[in-house]
Design a binder for this molecule. Structure first.
Ligand code: MV4
Length: 490
């Protein structure tokens, strides 16, 4: 593979291109009219305009992307995340065009795109799953019977899609008919598929996911876990690796389960198996994401493995150059997603111009971004500005580096979630590791962020006063009339 097309934009397009260049592979960017001057266009060896800004006229138009690959002679297409990355039809079209899709086969994408199909696929592999049913249900009377058998609270879930859409917690029998109706209609309007099923509701879970990679020769390994419990409305905010709650035995058990899930769908490439972990440390398979994830850098930092390089080598048909025993965890990594959103105003998107944009630098700091000072943040796409990733020998060191890096990150012109990230990283519950998926709901409010910030200001003021009081004996108050202050001793 001498040339690949990257069917994406922003930080992930750049991230993929960097590795391609490192491997001596030429890169082709595609872009929309809104992204003409974006770094990913300039960084690529060639670039093809797809169309107007809205993604359904640019980054989602399969024919145009395949035509761009053919025109430029790209032998592979990397889909990044989002957009067409989990579209089985696109993966098939790429294959049919004689181009290599840098990702799994269409079959794996299709199976894992449906939660019910995924449950069925892993059935004979004895993967722990939350008590529940494995078929779609429409009959309320039957749903009531099942709910009583499982025990309340239950969760009604849509089989298609994700992001918490079509998901309803039901506390008792009386609520069930209405909640079921709502889940079905939400699933129909969001995914065009009203299939829902029932599970026992795990009330305070942690969200732990396992990175896997599989080659085309049947070799599958896992690259340990990422802890993704710190999220807000199904949007992850802070991710880390490893998780503070996994011991070696649990890590091994979850890793082995993830490898089985990958085998169950004949997985190829880099993928992520999601689990819930309850307060008794029981784990349950949720779903598999058949793409490179936003938070993949934390895994790269603790394993020393470039996941995009692995994806490309696998797409070229190469065998994995290591086995499970070769892989170890070294150090600790954190990722903060920096969004152009206002944490003081209900996380409303804050589009505008990046009047000042200066990334932090230093040992153990990685910034994956796709913007530069002076650029506008377009309204058409995800408002993520960058990913701030820190690494250290211990979790405490990685957290300390994150806090310092947030302070050194200068962004003006738009509101960002940087202050919110600092709030999280300095929160007692986060530092102690004692948190679950309800962290943001339990501990965050705009008032608390304001109070925390004024507390910081007060702290600085108090420190100044303390220093003054302790040193005033030696201090010589400058005489402003003859302005000889520089002679004073402090
Ligand atoms: C659950 C659950 C509790 N019990 N399933 C949310 C998105 C979807 N992928 C699965 N999700 C959940 N499934 C059972 N049986 C709680 C969640 C959940 C969640 C999961 C991971 C990360 C954040 C979450 C936030 C709220 C709910």
């Amino acid at each position: 593979m001498k040339k690949i097309l990257i069917a994406n934009r922003g930080e992930i397009a750049l991230r993929v291109m960097r590795t391609a260049k490192k491997m001596g592979i030429k890169t082709v960017a595609v872009y929309s009219e809104a992204d003409r001057h974006s770094p990913h266009v300039r960084f690529a060896d060639e670039a093809i305009l797809l169309g107007p800004a809205p993604s359904n006229q640019s980054y989602l138009v399969m024919d145009k992307i395949i035509a761009a690959a053919k025109k430029t002679g790209a032998e592979g297409i990397h889909p990044g995340y989002g957009f067409l990355s989990e579209n089985a039809i696109f993966a098939q079209m790429v294959e049919d065009a004689g181009i290599s899709f840098i990702g799994p086969r269409p079959h794996a994408i299709r199976v894992m795109g449906s939660k019910l199909a995924a449950k069925e696929a892993v059935r004979e592999y004895k993967i722990p799953m939350v008590p529940g049913i494995e078929e779609a249900i429409t009959d309320v009377a039957l749903a009531k019977k099942i709910a009583q058998k499982i025990g309340f609270p239950i969760l009604i879930k849509a089989s298609a899609g994700g992001g918490g859409k079509g998901m309803r917690v039901v506390e008792n029998l009386e609520e069930l008919p209405q909640q079921m109706e709502r889940a079905i209609s939400e699933a129909i309007s969001a995914f065009g598929d009203g299939s829902v099923f029932i599970e026992k509701y795990v009330t305070s879970p942690r969200h732990i996911e396992i990175q896997v990679i599989a080659d085309t020769h049947g070799n599958v390994v896992h690259l340990f876990e990422r802890e993704c419990s710190i999220q807000r409305r199904h949007q992850k905010v802070v991710e880390e690796a490893p998780s503070v709650v996994l011991d070696p035995a649990l890590r091994k058990a979850m890793g082995e389960a993830a490898v089985k899930v990958a085998k169950a769908c004949d997985y190829v490439g880099a993928g992520t198996v999601e689990f819930l972990l309850d307060d008794q440390k029981n784990f349950y398979f949720l779903e598999m994401n058949t793409r490179l994830q936003v938070e993949h850098p934390v895994t790269e930092l603790i394993t020393g493995i470039d996941l995009v390089e692995q994806q490309i080598k696998i797409a070229r048909g190469e065998k994995l150059a290591f086995n499970q025993e070769d892989l170890t965890i070294k150090g600790h990594a954190l990722e903060l997603r920096v969004y152009a959103e206002d944490p003081l105003n209900n996380f409303l998107p804050s589009v505008g111009n990046l009047e000042v944009y200066q990334q932090p630098t230093g040992e153990g700091i990685r910034v994956d971004d796709g913007f530069e000072q002076g650029m506008d943040i377009p309204i058409y796409y995800d408002p993520m500005i960058s990913k701030l990733i820190t690494y250290g020998p211990t979790r405490a060191a990685a957290i300390q580096r994150m806090v310092e890096a947030i302070k050194d990150y200068k962004i003006e012109g738009v509101a960002t979630t940087l202050t919110f990230g600092k709030f999280v990283c300095e929160h007692e519950a986060f530092i102690s590791g004692d948190f679950d998926t309800h962290f943001v709901k339990d501990y965050y409010s705009p008032e608390k962020l304001e109070a925390y910030r004024s507390e910081e200001i007060n702290l600085v003021a108090a420190l100044g006063l303390k220093l003054y009081l302790e040193n005033k004996e030696q201090l010589q108050v400058p005489n402003t009339t003859n302005s000889s202050w520089h002679k004073s001793r402090i």
